[in-house]
Every structure is written in C-alpha cells, then in structure tokens.
Design a protein around this ligand. Structure first.
Ligand SMILES: [Zn+2]
Length: 711
C-alpha cells in the first residue's frame, strides 16, 4: 500500500513554472566512477552496452548491496524518479530501495522487479515513506542510494541505464478523509492504487494528487482520474468543469453518484442498482470500437451506471445478468469527448481491462490512439509467445488441472463445465460452504444437479470449503455466532470475524459440514482458510484454557507471555500448529469414513510464512497422510519468483505429486496475461508438480485458456 501526504503550499507555487508534462531529466550521472560502493559491496563496472553493471553476490551471507551517488537537484515539479535498468534474474532480488539524503535525513521508497530484462522502476513522490520531498527547509537532497535486497541465494547482476526525474500528464485524485464516507479512507486509497496500476500497465503513468483541487495547478495534466471520490463539493466540480471546458482536459470517473459530474461529461445522472447475485462480467461488442475486448471480468454487487446523453457520447459494454445474458438496462461504461465513466471502482489491471480502458480513452481523445495500438500489438505478440511457451514441454499424462470457482449460477453450470473440460481441465473447486454454512447454490437439490453436470462433462467437482474465516458470511449469520461467543479475539479482547478453533462446537460444525458434503457425493473436499489470521488471533478465553491444559499450568500474564519473543512464544506457536493439524486430521478422517476415495486437499500459504505466521504446518499434514495434496497459493506476476516459491514447497513435501501450485491468473495482487500464465505452467511441469489450480474462473481466465491449454 502506498502512502500519501498532502503537498506543501510551496510546491504548488513552484508548480506554476512546470516543464512540459511528461518531461524527463537525468538526475544521476550513470558512470561507474559516480557510484561509491557501500559496506560489503563492490565497485560497479562499465557494461558492454553502455550501462553500468552492479554485482550483488547473494550466494554469500549478504542481505543487501548498496551504492551511493551524487544527486543533481530534483526539479520542483518532479512527480517521480524512474530507474531504467536490466536484470536477468529478478527473483534473486527481493526489492530495490531508493534512498534520498538531505543533510542528515533519509527518505526512501521500495519497488520489486516486474520481469526479467530491461524495465523502468517508477518511484512516485507518494511512494516515499516520509514527506516532504523536496524538504521544507529548501535544502535539496544531494545523495542517492540504491539498495538491492536478497530474494534468493544466487549472485545477481543489475545493469543501470539511467536515473531520471519525471513529470506526468495524467493524475489520479486521491479521495481525502473529508471527501469520502466515514471509514472509507482505506477504500479510497485502494481504488487510487488500482487506478495507478491500470494507468502504469497501459503505458500512461500518472501522479497521485490530493483532492483539494481548488488549490492545485492542473495545467500539467491532460487526464484526471477520479478512482473513488464519493463526495465532491461544488468547488471541486467547478474546477473539474474548467479543466474539461477551458483546458480541453479529459476525466476518467469511477463509481460516482454525482449528477452534475455525469452531466459535465455528457451523460445522464447515475442510478444506483444492487443485486443479491454478484455481477461478474462485462460484455462488449468488439467491433464497436477498435481495441475493445469481448469481455471483462469484474465482480460487484453495486453499480452506478450512466446513460449517454450528449451527441458525442456512447455507451460501452453491458453487464451480464445471472443467466449470462446481456442486461441492456445496465451499461458498464460510457464515453464522450469529455471523458469516460465506469459503473464501479477501477478494475484490476487485467489484459481485458487495459484493452477496454485504452479503447475508451482513445474514443474520447484521439491522442491516446497511439497508446491503444501499442498495447494491442504488445498483447498480440505476448499471446503468440504464450502458445509457443505452452508447447515447450508436453503435459504429463497424469497432470491434474483444476480451477477455483465462486458459486456458479445453476443455469450456467452444465455449459461452463463442458467448456472447461474441452480445454483439458479435470476438476472444479467450487465454493460451496463457509464456516460450516452450506451456501444456497449448494443445498440439497442444486448440489445434486451440479454433480450431475460435472459427471456429464467428465469433470470432478470438489467442494471448496472456507474453514475458520467468516469474511463472506452474511452479517446476521456472523452476529448469531458472535452472540454464542464462538469468535476469535485479538490481544485486546476484540472479536474477529473468525471462528475460534479451540472451541469444540466450532470444530464439530466444520467437521460435520465436510462429512455431509462427502455423503452427497463430491469428488473432493478442499479446505481453505485452515489457519489463524497471522498474529491477530486467537487470544480468547477458550484458546487460553486449551493452551494452559496442554502446558499443565496457568499462564501468569496472558496474552503478554505468548507474544512473539516472550517467555512462552515457542510453546504457543507449537500449540497453534497442533490445533490446526488436529482439525485437519479429524476433518479428513470424517470424510474418509464416508468414502475413502474422496480426495482431501487444502489451499495454503507458501513457506516459510505458512508455518511461521499462520500456524499452517502443511508439510506435517502431508507427511501424516491427512491430506492427499496441498495447493500453495503462489500468486506472483513473475514466473521466476513463482518458480522459487514452488521449489521451496516441493522441497518440504514428502513427494512432488502432493503439490499442486495455485496460479494467480486474476488474484488481488497478480493478474496474468497468457504469456505469464504459460510461463508458470511451464515452471510447474519442469519441476514435476502434480498439476496446477487456476485462481479463479472468470472472463479473464476464459480468455486465456485457448492460448495456454490449447483449443
Ligand atoms: Zn480462541
């Protein structure tokens, strides 16, 4: 999560003399002699292609290598520092930190490498951990330090080509505390982060700016993005109107209810709609605009759609209803010569979302057609490479290919299962229960029908059961469990939306739900959230009593004595692991008592944090035979980091066939295109993993399947 501080007034004054938007300026002399190596680091050398090569000998006992260089004064309007570099083994680097020193103070920001090869790391003003940048006393930072942190025990080389300051012609407006609903500041930050990512991946990097628009100079910008700004004042609207009408700027507005804002862009006032079944897909008429995708995945229960009104305005895409048919009453987005509007918060930066965004933007402003076409060419090139990559290693005959699925609309299951089977998938892990509550779509009759649909398609249906977390249960169900005193507690005694595993009635509830699903004929039980919420819980009286029973005596100071580093920390960690392991053993035994052929599995975190942080000792679960396999959620956009995580899991497993890596096609922190997905499948096959499980079934995955698994 990025941090953000309001700008200082002095900077706004400086902003009046801004250089041309998008300008870049070298701020460090890229020559070997300019860099002074830090402790245990060696001097850089000239690289053959004109860059400067830095060596980080991470095979040795070294966590960081760093170098200092003199820094030229940063232009007052600089929005970011960009580091242009190349690295062939990005997974060997955990992170790269940029530190700026003024007098005695350091400020710093951190980034991870996104891919092998040459790339630009962008350190925005808002990424730095301590404002102000530049400092308030006017003393400019004079030293830049480049730190490279160990990600794997391998020697690695980075070649540096430039360090530049940048300003941008696009800005994302962060909703401030006073301009969002109470308690929604974090949501505003999340939406701004998504918008920045969308723009970054679209090749249109943006600056993050505060929402006190009346005080800001907006002249550098051609595009302003409003990612989640639910309470715009009349003053803010007036500024936006001047930006659009007098300066010919464009707005990209997400999930907004403001009628004046909609009218300013040439749309009718938004109308709020909600539904008990989530909308998951936007369908587009592909030939309506150059570059539009066929569909875009985005999940929501709430919409603020607008209709086109002005002559220049058109509606783009409609939401699909629960029957998978386009709902013409619900346009997903609209575009006019003044900007674009999306009916929910910014989508994750999937290839389809980028295609939609760039196609819409280019329709609003021809100047963006070049960016749209560049992205189309790039995604076409990567799709072709994905097909080649997926053919490099043949699929083993016993490879197990599966997908996690949110509850599927019953009317669509048969057709969806058939399509998945046609693409070579063997199993669907469909979400059917949370905390022992069997969801509506999986009650007696619907589950029988789902099993029949799976059989007809030749697919296995595994019941994906969320164990201890209550995050997706209806509020009234959580309230009922709270009233029965069954929830976890944090160190202050506050209840958490998790069931406490030390309460017998909670364990029984989950075990009986698993056995019940087993009796109804599922091919597998797939447990999820079989863990603690890291160190947040549980410290409730039942957990204390269970721990004291095991210890054979009372704990003097609870929970201080069991905190990390305290007297009983090691014993408490072991207790947490054993509580989870005992539950997994009992659940699997109950399932196998019904039918020994049912496959038992669990979604788990990678090592070492699974065991150390979450009490999830899955190597022990496999060794004891409680589970047939585990699915480590290795959600990372970078194939080599995915491979390193997988290697660590395989090394801890009694056999490679017990590890099914989870591939994050459309997870919160990783959206893969076809090539990135094909590279991770290749890495799994090269390591003889048992197969893989995609997260998760949506329009983004369906778009990729022909390229990565064949037609
Ligand atoms: Zn507890």
């Amino acid at each position: 999560m990025f941090r953000f501080r309001p700008f200082i007034p002095g900077l706004i004054a400086c902003g009046l003399a801004l250089p041309a938007a998008g300008a870049a300026r070298d701020i460090v002399d890229v020559a070997p002699r300019a860099f002074v190596p830090g402790e245990s680091s060696s001097p850089p050398q000239a690289a053959p292609d004109g860059g400067v090569a830095f060596e980080a000998p991470f095979s040795a006992d070294l966590d960081r290598a760093y170098w200092d260089a003199p820094l030229r004064p940063l232009p007052p309007a600089a929005a970011a520092i960009e580091v242009d570099l190349a690295c062939d083994d990005p997974a060997a680097v955990r992170a790269l930190t940029l530190h700026l020193q003024d007098g005695g103070h350091w400020i710093s920001a951190q980034k991870t490498l996104a891919a092998p090869g040459r790339q630009t790391l962008r350190f925005r003003r808002s990424d730095f951990d301590r404002d102000p940048w530049p400092p308030p006393d006017g003393r400019p930072a004079t030293v830049l330090r480049l730190s490279v942190w160990k990600g794997a025990a391998r020697d690695v080389q980075l070649v540096l080509y430039g360090i530049r300051s940048r300003s941008f012609s696009a800005a994302v407006v962060l909703g401030s505390d006073s301009r969002t609903a109470p308690g929604e500041t974090a949501l505003a930050e999340q939406c701004a982060g998504r918008a920045l990512e969308l723009l970054d991946k679209a090749g249109l990097p943006a600056e993050l700016i505060a929402d006190d628009l009346e005080r800001l100079d907006l002249r550098p910008y051609r595009l302003l993005v409003l990612p989640y700004n639910p309470r715009l004042s009349s003053g803010q609207i007036a500024v936006l109107e001047r930006f659009v009408k007098r300066r010919n700027g464009r707005l990209a507005v997400f999930y907004n209810a403001h009628a004046d804002l909609a009218r300013l862009l040439g749309f009718k006032a938004p109308v709020y709609v909600t539904a008990p079944t989530a909308w998951t897909t936007v369908a587009f008429e592909e030939n309506e605009l150059p570059g539009l995708p066929a569909a875009m995945a985005h999940r929501t229960h709430h919409l603020l759609p607008v209709r086109a009104k002005a002559d220049s305005a058109v509606e783009l895409g409609v939401w699909l209803g629960p029957d998978n048919r386009p709902d013409e009453r619900l346009p997903a987005s609209a575009v006019s010569s003044s900007g674009i509007w999306f009916s929910h918060v910014p989508p994750f930066a999937s290839p389809s979302a980028l295609q939609w965004f760039l196609a819409a933007l280019a329709r609003s402003d021809r100047a963006y057609a070049r960016d749209r076409d560049r992205y189309r060419a790039e995604i076409g090139r990567r799709d072709a490479l994905a097909v080649a990559t997926s053919r490099r290693l043949p699929a083993p005959s016993d490879e197990f290919r599966a997908v996690w699925a949110q509850p599927l609309p019953p009317a669509l299951r048969r057709e969806t299962f058939r399509q998945l089977a046609d693409h070579g998938l063997h199993a669907v892990f469909e979400h059917v229960a949370t905390a022992g509550d069997v969801l509506d779509g999986a009650r007696e009759q619907p589950l029988a029908q789902a099993l029949a649909d799976a059989r007809a398609a030749g697919l296995q249906l595994h019941a994906w059961c969320i164990a201890w977390s209550l995050h997706d249960l209806p509020a009234e169900r959580v309230a009922a469990l709270r009233a029965q005193n069954r929830l976890m507690q944090d160190v202050q005694g506050n209840e958490l939306p998790w069931l406490c595993p030390s309460r017998t009635e909670n364990r029984q509830l989950l075990i009986e739900a698993c056995a019940d699903l087993a009796r109804r004929g599922v091919a597998g039980i797939h447990l999820d959230y079989v863990r603690y919420p890291a160190r947040d819980g549980c410290y409730c009286p039942a957990t204390r009593a269970a721990f004291e029973t095991r210890l054979g005596r009372a704990v003097d100071s609870w929970p201080a004595d069991v905190h990390p580093g305290a007297l009983l920390a090691a014993e408490f960690d072991e207790f947490r692991r054993d509580e989870m392991t005992a539950f997994v053993a009992a659940a699997a035994a109950a399932v196998r008592a019904v039918d020994p052929s049912i496959r038992c599995s669990a979604a788990v975190f990678p090592l070492p944090e699974a065991v150390a942080q979450y009490g999830q000792d899955w190597p022990a679960w496999l060794r004891a035979g409680h589970l047939d396999c585990v699915v480590p959620m290795l959600y990372d956009p970078l194939a080599s980091r995915f491979a390193d995580l997988l290697d660590r899991c395989l090394a801890a497993s009694p056999a490679p066939g017990k590890i099914l890596p989870g591939i994050g096609i459309s997870a919160d922190h990783s959206q893969l295109d076809a090539l990135a997905a094909a590279e991770q499948i290749h890495a799994s096959r090269a390591r003889q993993a048992a197969g893989f499980v995609f997260f998760h079934l949506d329009a983004a995955l369906q778009r990729l399947l022909p390229s990565i698994l064949g037609p």
